[in-house]
Each structure stands twice: as C-alpha cells, then as structure tokens.
Design a protein around this ligand. Structure first.
Ligand code: HXC
Length: 510
C-alpha cells in the first residue's frame, strides 16, 4: 500500500513539474508565472481541485510518442474566489508551448461542460502557441469543440479570459468569444498570425508588441478589456471582477456588505456642472461619488474614452454603469463608443445586472469618417441593446441630451424604468446655436435677431422641464441627492418582471 501511495506522489510530482525545470526557469525569466502558480494566485488558498492531472496526448507522429508529459499542457479544475466556485483552465507554456492537442482540448471542454451544468464562471488563463502542429486536424477539431462550448456558455455563465503569453491562431479566437479579455503588459500578445507570417504575406514589418501587444488591444482594436502590469496584478483584478458578477444566468450577483450610507448627500455635485455649457467636467467624479465606498471597476478604460463603462455597487448590489464622458470628444457618441457600450449593456442584460446610465451627450459625431465606417449601423447597436434590455434601467441626465443620442441613452422611450434629470439638463433636438442656424436661416446676417432666437430656443429647451411635463423625465432631482435617489430607484425595481416577445434570437445589427 505504501508503495502505491508513493507512486501516486511521484507521478504527481512529475506532473507538477510541467515541461521541466529549464523551461520553468525560462518562463520566470520572462517575468511570467507558471500555469500552476497562476491558478494558486487566482483561487482562494488551498481551494483548487484538479482534474485530469495524468491525461496525456495520443499523437504518434513526429516523435511525439517519446514525449508524453502528464497533463498535456493545461491544468484544469475548479476552486473558489472569495468562497464562490469558479472553473479554471491554465495553459502551461512549458509543455510544448501550451499548444492545444485533441486531449488538451478535451480537458478544457470537460470543465466548461461542468461550469455550465453547475452554474459557475469559467476563467481561462491563456498562454499558448495555438493548435499543436504535430497533431494536425485533430488539434483543429479540438479547438472547434472549445469554440462551440464558448458559444453555448455565452450568456449562461460568465467567461473571463486572461491572456498571459504569446497567443496565436485558435488561442485568440476562443478568448474572443468570452465576455472579458485581460492582458499583461509586455508579456502577452494576441494575433491571428504572428509578425513572421505577416511579413511573408503582406511584406509589412511589425513587431509582436505593435501587432498584438496589450497596448494595441486595449487602445486600438478594443479586443481586450484591460491590461495590467504583471501576472500578479492581473489575477488579483480578475478576482475583484468576479466579486461583481453572478455565477450564472440562474442567479443574481452577490450582495456584499456595505459600509456607505445609501442616503449620503454629496454637496459638491451641486457645482459639478460648469456655468459654461461647453466646458467639460469629469463624469468619473460623479460615478465615484455615487458608488458604495467609491469602488468602480472600469471596463475598456483605454478605449473610446468618450464613454465610460464599468461596475459599481449600490447598497451592496452590483450595477453596470454607462456614462458619457464630456472630457473626451465632448461626450459624443461615435462608432467606437457605441460598440463599447452596446456590448457592455448586453453583458449586463444577459446576467441580470441593473444598468445605470449617466447622460451628457451632444449627439452623434458627424462626418465622412464616421459615415463611411458605418456609424448608422454601429450606433444602432447601442440603441438596440438598450431597447431590448429588460434589466432595471435607471437614467440620470446631468446636462446635454440632444437628438438621437438622447433617445439612445436609456431614455424612457427605450423602456427606461426611472429617468431622472438634474436641473442643469438640456433635452432638445440639438444645441440652441445649431437649431437657430437651421430654423432661422433667413436671419443669420442679423446678429441681434440671431442672438434673440438662440436665447428663445435656450429658454424653451435648455432645461429638463419640457421633458418632465411630458413624463419623459420622472423627476428633476438635486445633484447632491443623486446617490440616494438612484439607490432607492434600483431598490424599487428589485422585483421587476419584464419579458420581450418570444423569438428564436434577435438580429442585432452586427
Ligand atoms: C507545437 C509548439 C507550438 C505549436 C510553440 N511550440 N508553438 N509546439 N505546436 N503550435 C513549442 C516550440 O516548439 C517550443 O518547444 C516551445 O513550444 C516554445 O516555443 P518557442 O517558439 O521557443 O517560444 P517563443 O519564442 O516564446 O515563441 C512563442 C510563439 C511561437 C510565438 C507562440 O512558438 C510560435 O509562433 N508558435 C507557432 C504559433 C502558430 O502558428 N500556431 C498555430 C496557429 S494555427 P521546445 O521543445 O523548443 O521548448 C491555429 C489554428 C486554430 O491555432 C484554428 C482555429 C480557427
């Protein structure tokens, strides 16, 4: 018996060593942790339950029968994050570059199936050279099986990808179908195909960092939702995100104890809006002052900064925030901001996370660059996402709410539940100057008349009261009382029941 126990321990030790000490040292030398160290940091101490530690590949080509490392390049199982169950896979770059074989894929599929069945998030730590070249079509088939599960799990359990190494080919398409992707600065890359192939095919010379580094994907492509300094920070931030999320679409997000008075008044908000309507102010200040303990988890912070998306808690409950940012492009909607916010709204809706919308929007960005790139269709994504969302929706208009963008930003007309405005709100088809130039074009040569027309328009529409008279705004509130009003609004909506008509699925303008 003792021998058998010892054999087990020896096999375990061998499996834990992955691709061997030399490769582990190389991994560390690049500033990267090993697959196992990452799992340990991600999960609560001692909570990891591993599956398939001894699984090996079945490839007999290209000398592969001579190297059959235990675990086949991926560590899989489940554990807890602050006591809540999550399923995890962590690719081991020290074993054949973390490449995906048929059996490697089977291990990932197993935990994904369990996650869906048991209603727990899947966190994938990706550090892989993609399809295992020696296995040919078997490895492609394995990837296909993972992709199909990504799709089926979408909207059922949260899926989070952490990219922690060079990821190419299939290794980027699986993360692309998950809800969030995080990268590590200077040590992670995502590309369909790497710089060498790019050079051969297009003659373009580009570094891995330029082609698919964290900066590229958080600032330019928006493929990634955030980038962190190192593995440790990235894993700590994933833990923080998981705390905001429900385990599945069958559950509500966790309610956390809070130590912040819901009725807390913020007198400084009464002067947040500058006297000049064209002077910007920082919408993040409002978000931080609204949130329990000022805790805000921002998603896509570096991309389309004219709109802000992220999670806060109000009375301990998770709320998704979408807010125009007047500091960037005057807070207008454009292609990038519409896509960013639409995806966020849809995430919140499929996981029953209520949405708070803070509005200061002068309209859609005009011009050929936007029109040629399809702002009509991309802008419609946000309109569509808000209009179909059945979660509790509370909106606060702080200043401008002009034109189509007024309608888009969770207005009453798109099933907004409770729509508030500050006294500084201006709800109109457009700004007074632009409106005057169109409806009083004949008087444009006469400065005095034009000024009078502009003032007329301002008096009529540069306020929230016309919309309030029609019931499009439920109440004009004092800025200082926003946290209290919004918290109470969401509290009143906790029992909301709302269903859209049955359909196979919708046809959002992709
Ligand atoms: C088998 C692989 C591998 C792969 C890396 N290795 N990628 N083995 N299949 N796909 C092995 C290497 O042979 C090496 O083994 C070890 O992993 C480390 O690789 P290095 O090249 O030494 O590391 P590095 O210089 O850091 O470069 C990492 C890399 C590069 C950028 C990922 O290895 C690379 O370009 N790999 C190929 C990427 C690729 O084209 N994959 C196929 C994509 S197609 P030793 O024994 O020396 O340690 C695909 C199709 C999916 O994924 C289809 C779905 C749509």
């Amino acid at each position: 018996m003792k021998d058998i126990l010892q054999t087990l321990e020896e096999r375990r030790d061998e499996a834990r060593l992955g691709g061997g000490q030399r490769r582990v040292d190389a991994q560390h030398a690049k500033g990267k942790l090993t697959a196992r160290e990452r799992v340990e940091l991600l999960l609560d101490e001692g909570s990891f339950e591993e599956f398939d530690m001894f699984k090996t590949h079945r490839c007999a080509d290209f000398g592969m029968e001579a190297q059959k490392p235990y675990g086949d390049g991926v560590i899989t199982g489940w554990g807890t994050i602050n006591g809540r169950m999550v399923y995890v896979f962590s690719q081991d770059f020290t074993v054949l570059g973390g490449s995906v074989s048929a059996t490697h894929a089977q291990k990932i599929c197993k935990i994904m199936d369990m996650a869906v069945q048991n209603g727990a998030p899947v966190i994938g730590i990706n550090d892989s050279g993609g399809a295992r070249i020696q296995e040919g079509v078997d490895s492609l088939a394995g990837y296909g099986d993972v992709f199909e599960r990504n799709i089926m799990a979408s909207g059922v359990v949260p899926q989070i990808s952490v990219v922690m190494g060079p990821c190419a080919g299939g290794a980027v398409y699986s993360p692309a179908m998950t809800d969030f992707i995080f990268m590590v600065k200077d040590s992670s890359y995502m590309f369909v195909t790497g710089p060498d192939v790019v050079k051969t095919v297009t003659n373009e010379q580009v570094t891995a960092e330029e082609l698919g580094g964290a900066s590229t994907h958080t600032k330019k492509s928006s493929v990634a939702d955030g980038a962190f300094e190192n593995d440790v920070e990235a894993l700590a931030e994933v833990r923080r995100l998981v705390d905001f999320l429900p385990s599945s679409n069958r559950e509500k997000p966790p309610v956390r104890p809070f130590f912040d008075e819901p009725g807390r008044a913020e007198a400084s908000l009464d002067t947040l809006i500058p006297d000049n309507p064209n002077t910007p102010y920082d919408m993040k200040e409002l978000i931080l002052k609204l949130a329990d303990e000022g805790d805000f988890y921002e998603i896509q912070e570096e991309f389309a900064k004219n709109i802000i998306t992220g999670f806060v808690r109000l009375e301990g409950q998770t709320v998704g925030v979408v807010a125009n940012q007047p500091m960037v492009l005057a807070g207008c909607l454009d292609i990038d901001s519409s896509r960013k916010a639409a995806r966020f709204v849809r995430f919140c809706d499929c996981f029953e996370i209520p949405i708070l919308t803070l509005v200061d929007v002068p309209g859609f960005l005009p011009g050929t660059s936007q029109e040629y790139a399809g702002v009509i269709k991309h802008g419609a994504k946000l309109l569509y996402a808000y209009g179909e969302a059945t979660v509790p929706k509370v909106t606060v208009i702080t200043r401008k709410a002009y034109g189509g963008a007024y309608v888009v930003m969770a207005s009453k007309h798109l099933q907004g539940d409770i729509n508030y405005a500050w006294p500084t709100a201006e709800i109109a088809v457009m700004g007074a100057k632009g409106a005057t130039e169109i409806i009083h074009r004949a008087d444009l040569g006469d400065a005095e008349k034009t000024a009078a027309h502009t003032k007329d328009y301002e008096d009529r529409f540069a306020n929230p009261f016309v919309a309030a008279e029609r019931g499009f705004i439920d109440e004009v509130i004092m800025p200082r009382s926003t946290r209290m009003r919004v918290s109470r609004a969401f509290a009143s909506l906790r029992t909301k029941v709302k269903k859209n008509p049955w359909k196979k699925h919708d046809n959002i303008p992709l």
